[in-house]
Each structure stands twice: as C-alpha cells, then as structure tokens.
Design a binder for this molecule. Structure first.
Ligand SMILES: Cc1cc2nc3c(=O)[nH]c(=O)nc-3n(C[C@H](O)[C@H](O)[C@H](O)COP(=O)(O)O)c2cc1C
Length: 329
C-alpha cells in the first residue's frame, strides 16, 4: 500500500536515482568494512593483502633500473613486523603469499651481501629470526631478461604469449612511432564493452615536460617514470552509463587496458600500468593539466617504452586457479 502511494507521488526516475545513489553508500560501507585500510589484525586475508603490497614494493626496488643500496628500510621493518605477527598468530606458514614475503626478505639480505653493503644489525637480525622461525631459508630471485628473451613469445600461442607478459619498469631511449601506438589503441578497442558503448578514451602524451607533470601527481612511478617514452591516460565516459551502472566505467576501462597491454606486448613495447588511486585534489589537477572533462572517469595510466638490451623484472608470483576459484554445486 505504502509502496503504491510512494510510486504515485514520486516519479519513477527519482525513485531509481535514489536507489542507485543508495548503492554508492553501500559501496562505501562495504569498502570501509572489508578493505585492508583499517585492517583487523585477526584477519589473515587482510594481512596477506598487506603482505603482498609490502613485498611488491621490495620486488620493485630490487628490479629498478638503478637499485639504490639500502633502499626501503621503512618497508623492510613493516614487512618483518607483519611476518612476525603472522607467525605469532599461528596463521598458515605454508601459504604461498607468506612464503614469498619471507623469500623476498631473504633476497633483500642476499642482494646487499653480494653488493658488500652493510645493513643495520636490527634489519639483519629481524629478517634472520623470521626466516629461522618460519623455516624458510630460500630466496626469491627477480627475473633478469635480455630483450630477445622477453619478447621470444610475442607472436606465439596464446598460452605462451600470455605467460610472457610482465610489467616492465625500465625503458630505452628509442622513440615509439605514434602510428604503432594508434594500432595498439585500435586493438584495445576490440575489447568487449557494455552494449558495445565503447566508453574508453585515451590521452596520449609524448611531451616529456607534460609527462613529468603527470608523474608528480601519481604515486607509483618512482625510479622509472622518467624513462617513459609514451604515457597513456585511460578514461571512461560516464555519460554513456545510467542507473545501477556505477562501476561499469571502470570495468570497461579495465578490459580495454588489458587488451592494450597485450597489443603493446605484441608490438614488443614494454609497459606498466600506473594506478590512479588519486586524491580528489590530484584528480582535479590532472583534469586541468590534460583538459579531461568532468564526465570522464580517470581509470588508469600506462607507461610505455621500448626495452633496453638487458633489464630486471619483478617476479610478481601468481596464485593458482584452484586457490582463486569457488566451484558452486
Ligand atoms: C590497476 C593497477 C594499477 C597499478 N599501478 C601500478 C603503479 O602505480 N606502479 C607500478 O609500478 N605498478 C603498478 N601496477 C602493476 C602491478 O604492480 C603489476 O601488474 C603486478 O605486480 C603484477 O605483475 P605483472 O603485471 O608483471 O603480472 C598496477 C597494476 C594494476 C592492475
């Protein structure tokens, strides 16, 4: 009865808009509760998420074009403390993420030993204690590629091609022809999109000064961003969506970006996605800088460049299908 009355008084479009706005609030609640921003220490899932963030920072440091000896001390402390906490709480020590975290700590020690760099005693002690308690004395070993090995499978079967793509964070000075970038964008737009609405847009930056201004606003390009030859900013046009489709602009941009990464790999161009998890203020600054209209959602950036003759790549190990799949009966 009340429902019928409400429907009579309030136009359907207003009801629908209110419902879809409510969904935004539900998103806020879910993210606040479950993201590891405010991680509860008794939740192994959140701890593993945080371990991954930390070990990946160290993996990146170990594979930078110029690794600085003694880098990342604060992160090493954080990672060691979190591993200790993981152990003290009796969480699964056979877990792949935990094992890799300890192996990355061990690799960090080994790297500094090989380079005759003395780390502080508390760092040494902390890492050695963790690996001894965990019973893990193996080291991870970041990839070292030659250009030809890296692109050996760029025209192979999908299985080999897919497995051979990695994020690269080291670029040569060689110029990428703009036509090649356009060919890649053309392929990227073969990606599926909601009702074929094709909302993805690309801001293509070749100007070095402009690129550096963008990098100032982004938090994941330290140590390699300046080597980028071409920077792509991927956005999604919100005006093509409606009602409950609030997450679709991002999803479409994600599919587009993945095809774009494969297209770049096919063309033997190295690439690294760069997050746009930016503050509102930085988001507005980037809009002003690149004249991105308000109806476009900035989704992600992609740093591109040809690769040098030799370079290192972060391992970034993957979970197996069994670990990430729920079979529903
Ligand atoms: C949405 C997104 C944002 C990312 N942002 C960054 C970033 O800011 N800096 C960076 O170095 N890598 C970034 N990456 C690359 C990831 O670190 C990388 O994809 C991951 O470690 C897996 O490695 P792989 O691409 O070699 O398989 C990002 C990846 C994604 C999907």
């Amino acid at each position: 009865m009340i429902k019928k009355l409400v429907k009579l008084i309030i136009p359907a479009k207003v009801i629908f808009l209110t419902q879809s706005n409510l969904a935004f609030w539900c998103d806020i609640k879910r993210f606040t509760l479950h993201s590891n921003t405010y991680y509860k220490f008794n939740n192994p899932g959140k701890i593993k998420g945080h371990l991954t963030i930390l070990y990946h920072i160290i993996e990146k440091g170990l594979t930078m074009p110029e690794t600085r000896l003694g880098f990342g001390i604060k992160i090493i402390h954080e990672l060691t403390d979190l591993c200790r906490f993981y152990l003290q709480n009796g969480f699964d020590t056979k877990d792949q993420i935990f094992i890799h975290s300890v192996e990355v700590l061990n690799e960090y020690l080994k790297y500094h030993e090989l380079n005759n760099f003395s780390l502080d005693a508390d760092i040494l002690e902390g890492i050695k204690t963790i690996s001894s308690i965990a019973g893990i004395d193996t080291c991870s070993s970041q990839y070292h590629f030659s250009n030809s090995m890296f692109f050996k499978y760029h025209q192979s079967s999908f299985i080999e091609f897919c497995k051979s793509r990695h994020s690269s964070r080291n670029f040569s000075k060689e110029r990428i022809p703009i036509e090649t970038i356009y060919q890649c964008i053309e392929l990227a737009n073969r990606s599926p999109s909601d009702c074929n609405r094709q909302p993805s847009r690309v801001y293509l930056i070749k100007n070095k000064e402009r690129m550096l201004q963008v990098f100032e606003l982004q938090n994941g390009n330290r140590g390699f961003g300046h080597l980028t030859n071409t920077l792509l900013v991927i956005t999604s046009d919100i005006s093509l969506f409606q009602g409950n489709e609030r997450n679709e602009p991002f999803l479409n941009a994600g599919l587009f970006s993945m095809t774009l990464l494969y297209a770049l790999h096919f063309h033997k161009i190295g690439a690294c996605l760069l997050n746009w998890a930016a503050s509102n203020s930085n988001d507005n600054k980037l809009r002003t800088l690149l004249q991105i209209p308000d109806n476009e959602q900035i989704a992600v950036l992609i740093a591109c460049g040809y690769l040098p003759d030799e370079f290192k790549i972060a391992i970034s190990p993957k979970l197996g299908a069994i670990e990430i799949t729920h079979e529903i009966i």
